[in-house]
Design a protein around this ligand. Structure first.
Ligand SMILES: [Zn+2]
Length: 418
């Protein structure tokens, strides 16, 4: 094992080269047009390492049915499943996504290649989340060279559309039954905490209807924007009630340090408002949209009922308001038992390579990993390379430190073999 750790340190240039090759494949979504290239790159490497590789293209019809807001996206939704049967008793599922978010102006380096500067590697996706697959390839080839057998059978799922969702390639592989395993490591995360839980997410929409009219005689129309005000007030009352609740799941260390909030919190947001055409036309429609992040202790049905009750309550006070509403679950919440042996194992290995006692934490956001966990029932830990506040994931100059990349490679090596 010591030999493997030392060997991995000497392989850092190889990992950076692999990462560079991955970053050069522009898998940003929208549009997500180059998934096939990234998947083929990984498939070829894993095949050379004796994995059985299979590509799964999500049928267009299914993609559009499950992601009605993404029908404009072009390109095949390609995903990779790679399996290695070592004859072990247990199987480890390792996953992350190969898609990245797009870039905007303002990068100090070319975004679609790796630039090494001041002990850091810059490039779109190095943290979120192409560093993981690059590190994994180094570990697997080092193990092959040293003749070390993994202690698990390996099931590697490299998937796409995580950055768009809701129905990503990982969800598709889960529904195809391709995620069979005993334990689940998601490399999509950061190395500040070990994420074992996440909030669920429901998207809601309310359409308030009015009657358009010449604004000079607005009293002859019905102003949908003005009618939306009591609706929003009611939602803000609900928001206040919802956001007083606390989960038993610890918050991420960054959030607790920054805000003093030390557990997961449910939230209700109004995030979109659309209505009106022109100053002199009474608007006949106002659309409100938002989301509701719910903690693992809450159920989607309850979330929906509570939302419905708030609307009924508002309607009782304002019977003349005409509206339609919906509240759809996007991802369920996720929660892995914090005492599960797999969680303890990941924590132990993370401690050995970082020298730090990692905190178990929940994510305020929602993950496609939660969908996979819901389907498979697997105990899951998310632990990746980037740092939440320093890596600029989803921002300009995304980067990881070379030390973190080395750490992560050793983490994977120890986790898989020791
Ligand atoms: Zn990610």
């Amino acid at each position: 094992m010591k030999a493997l750790s030392e060997y991995l340190d000497s392989k850092i240039e190889e990992t950076i080269k692999t990462l560079d090759e991955l970053v050069r494949i522009p898998t940003h979504v929208p549009p997500g047009e180059n998934y096939e290239k990234a998947v083929e790159f990984m498939a070829e490497k894993l095949h050379e390492l004796d994995f059985d590789v299979e590509m799964f293209i999500m049928p267009r019809e299914l993609f559009e049915k499950k992601n009605p807001r993404l029908v404009h996206l072009k390109g095949e939704r390609v995903n990779l499943s790679a399996k290695l049967d070592t004859g072990a008793r247990k199987t480890l599922l390792i996953n992350t996504h190969l898609d990245v978010v797009p870039v905007s102006d303002g990068w100090s380096v070319p975004p679609f290649e790796c630039t090494v500067r001041d002990g850091h590697i810059f490039g779109r996706g190095v943290a979120d989340s192409k560093g993981g697959p690059a590190a994994l390839l180094t570990v697997l080839s080092a193990m092959k060279e040293l003749g070390i057998k993994p202690k698990y059978n390996l099931n590697i799922a490299l998937t796409t559309d995580e950055e768009m969702g809701p129905y990503s390639g990982l969800c598709y592989l889960a529904d195809l039954g391709k995620l069979e395993a005993d334990y689940f490591l998601s490399m999509d995360g950061d190395s500040d905490d070990i994420t074992i839980a996440s909030n669920g997410n429901a998207d809601w929409q309310i359409d308030v209807f009015g009657k358009s009219y010449h604004s000079g005689s607005s009293f002859l129309g019905v102003n949908a924007i003005e009618k939306s005000v009591p609706v929003m007030s009611e939602l803000l009352e609900l928001k206040a009630r919802v956001e007083k609740r606390r989960s038993n799941v610890p918050a991420s260390s960054i959030i607790s340090r920054k805000t003093g909030i030390d557990t997961l919190v449910p939230v209700l947001n109004i995030t979109v408002i659309n209505g009106g055409v022109k100053q002199n036309i009474v608007p006949d429609r106002c659309t409100l949209k938002g989301d509701r992040r719910f903690i693992p202790e809450e159920k989607y049905d309850e979330v929906c009922r509570e939302f419905s009750d708030a609307i009924s309550n508002m309607k009782n006070k304002n019977p003349d308001i005409d509206l339609e509403w919906s509240c759809d679950e996007i991802y369920g919440p996720m929660l892995t038992d914090m005492e599960h042996p797999w969680v303890r194992e990941v924590k132990r290995v993370a401690y050995e390579v970082t020298g730090e006692e990692m905190q178990l934490a929940g994510a305020q956001g929602s993950l496609d990993v939660a969908y996979a966990v819901k389907v498979t029932g697997l105990p899951a830990c998310c632990f990746g390379i980037g740092r939440r506040t320093k890596s600029n994931a989803h921002a300009n100059d995304e980067n990881i430190s070379i030390d973190d990349l080395k750490m992560y490679t050793k983490f994977l090596g120890k986790l898989i073999c020791e």
